[in-house]
Design a protein around this ligand. Structure first.
Ligand SMILES: NC(=O)N[C@@H](CC(=O)O)C(=O)O
Ligand SMILES: [Zn+2]
Ligand SMILES: [Zn+2]
Length: 344
């Protein structure tokens, strides 16, 4: 049993940094653990143009504490009206690395999202042509569909027709939560990859209701049954290069989570590597962690792998109860619980 784990410096391929004072407080956590991150564009208002992404990127770099190195990889928020030319501008910028699909109404700040993906095919054709990844929040919003089935139904209704229409489009199925999604990615229709969060590897849906309703375990797509968690662990630890690390760390103020209508999102930027190490360790697959955390993402995005390393060691510590965030506080996932790994 190894007590020290040294890996190439990893990246986070799905992150929410927000903006302003919130960003100021959460950014150092990510920059400590990761060299780069794909920064989600679901701000209010959303980041829909290359110009807005450039300005957001500058704000992120300005918020970075002295002496820390971190590269934000920017993403455009697709709307029904994103013109094909915007994709060309994004590609030419060099700093926009992907375009994101939020089905309208599917998740936090998705109101400006896409109402019907077929309206966007002209724009997606350019995305396919320039070879930029299309990142997908994969849940249907049809109120007839049970919340727990929204991802599986999305594969049939959206993913398969999209793949048919756009055989060469690079697609990242973000934060997958089901066996159906893992199997779809494994079946390998075209250049499709997936990110997997630490919380979906560690927990099943019982966690949300253990001893009472526990809002800090509520995220979208919502945690699923144990069979699905096991399928995600199998995919992440399989060594298959289509699966890579994306925390989906999504900070919401404590009061907005502990609320009659609490927000969706788990805050994991503080201890992401430790959470993932725990999941891989429990599966006896620490030897598969480096490729998942540090190689498969850049390889899929056609970016260089990082140089330098990070080290984790086996050590017990307690996750803090809450952390300052702007005018408020944020509660990290599994606050108060013990961790067995610690980043050095
Ligand atoms: N994952 C979440 O539960 N929430 C994310 C949005 C998202 O990634 O869907 C957020 O921005 O808060
Ligand atoms: Zn999402
Ligand atoms: Zn997200």
């Amino acid at each position: 049993m190894s007590n020290v784990l040294t890996i190439t410096r990893p990246d986070d391929w799905h992150l929410h940094l927000r903006d302003g004072a919130t960003m100021q407080d959460v950014l150092p956590h990510t920059a400590r653990q990761f060299a780069r991150a794909i920064v989600m564009p679901n701000l209010k208002p959303p980041v829909t143009t290359t110009a807005q992404a450039g300005a957001y990127r500058e704000r992120i770099l300005a918020a970075l504490p002295q002496g820390m190195s971190f590269e934000p990889l920017m993403v455009l928020y697709l709307t029904d009206n994103t013109p094909p030319d915007e994709i060309r501008r994004a590609k030419e910028s060099g700093f926009v690395k992907a375009v994101k699909l939020y089905p309208a109404g599917a998740t936090t700040n998705s109101d400006a999202g896409v109402t019907d993906l077929s309206k966007c095919y002209k724009t997606l054709e350019v995305l396919q042509e320039v070879g930029m990844p299309f990142l997908v929040h994969g849940e249907v919003t049809d109120p007839e569909i049970d919340l727990f089935d929204r991802e599986a139904v999305f594969i049939e209704r959206i993913m398969k027709p999209l793949r048919q229409a756009m055989p060469e489009l690079k697609v990242v199925f973000e934060h997958i939560t089901t066996k159906e999604a893992a199997d779809y990615v494994l079946a390998g229709e075209g250049p499709t990859a997936a990110t997997i969060t630490a919380h979906h590897l560690l927990f099943n849906r019982n966690e949300i209701f253990k001893g009472g309703i526990r809002p800090h375990y509520y995220c979208l797509p919502v945690l699923k049954r144990e069979t699905h968690r096991k399928a995600l662990v199998a995919a992440a630890t399989s060594g298959n290069n289509k699966f890579f690390l994306g925390t989906d760390s999504a900070p919401h103020a404590k009061g907005a989570k502990e609320h009659a209508c609490g927000c969706a999102g788990c805050y994991t930027a503080l201890h992401a590597l430790e959470l993932y190490a725990q999941a891989f360790d429990s599966a006896g697959a620490l030897d598969k962690f480096e490729a998942f955390a540090s190689f498969n993402g850049p390889d899929f995005y056609d970016l260089p792998r990082n140089t330098g390393t990070v080290t984790l060691k086996r050590e017990t510590w307690s996750i803090p109860a809450e952390l300052p965030m702007g005018e408020a506080t944020v509660v990290p996932l599994s606050a108060g619980e013990q961790m067995n790994w610690k980043m050095v």
